[in-house]
Design a protein around this ligand. Structure first.
Ligand code: TYD
Length: 137
């Protein structure tokens, strides 16, 4: 699916536990300008339900498991994140829904820019028409 990709980070294990470094521009395909994470999300909650016009993000499930549904107007895909060395790259104009958070889950998000509400598309119909125009260009 275009505008979506799987990234694999290295794990450094030396008997004291595991360490995974993620470097801006090297391990993710953009400059990281914001980091946020979600914890204590109930299993019946659906988060996201939006797309971005310009933002690039990488989602990493640090603990537990989380399911992400992605939609680029052409196809829909479900990805289960359950490995802290796997990143899910999500580019602009991809509708995302995060759901089925396990009780102990932590979702880390690396983002290419600061928080900007005007970059959000929060209505699915608006997303469909804007995304089709964007991808046709
Ligand atoms: P929201 O975008 O609804 O989360 P999601 O769609 O991923 O479930 O964000 C929840 C609230 O947090 C909302 O009031 C905006 C605020 N927020 C920030 O202030 N900074 C941020 O970086 C993010 C992602 C959200």
């Amino acid at each position: 699916m275009f505008n979506i990709g799987s990234l694999k980070f290295k794990r450094i294990s030396d008997g004291r536990g595991d360490l995974t470094p993620i470097e801006s521009e090297t391990d993710v395909p953009f400059v990281i300008r914001r980091v946020y994470y979600m914890t204590a999300v109930d299993s019946d909650v659906v988060r996201g339900r939006h797309a971005h016009r310009a933002l690039h993000q990488v989602l990493v499930c640090l603990n537990g498991s989380i399911t992400v549904t992605l939609d680029n107007t052409v196809e829909r895909q479900e990805v289960v994140l359950a490995d802290p060395t796997v990143g899910l790259y999500v580019g602009p104009y991809v509708w995302r829904e995060m759901h089925d958070f396990s009780a102990d889950s932590t979702l880390l998000v690396l983002a290419s820019d600061h928080y900007d509400e005007s970059d959000y598309i929060r209505g699915y119909d608006v997303f469909q028409s804007e995304a089709r125009k964007h991808f046709d260009e």
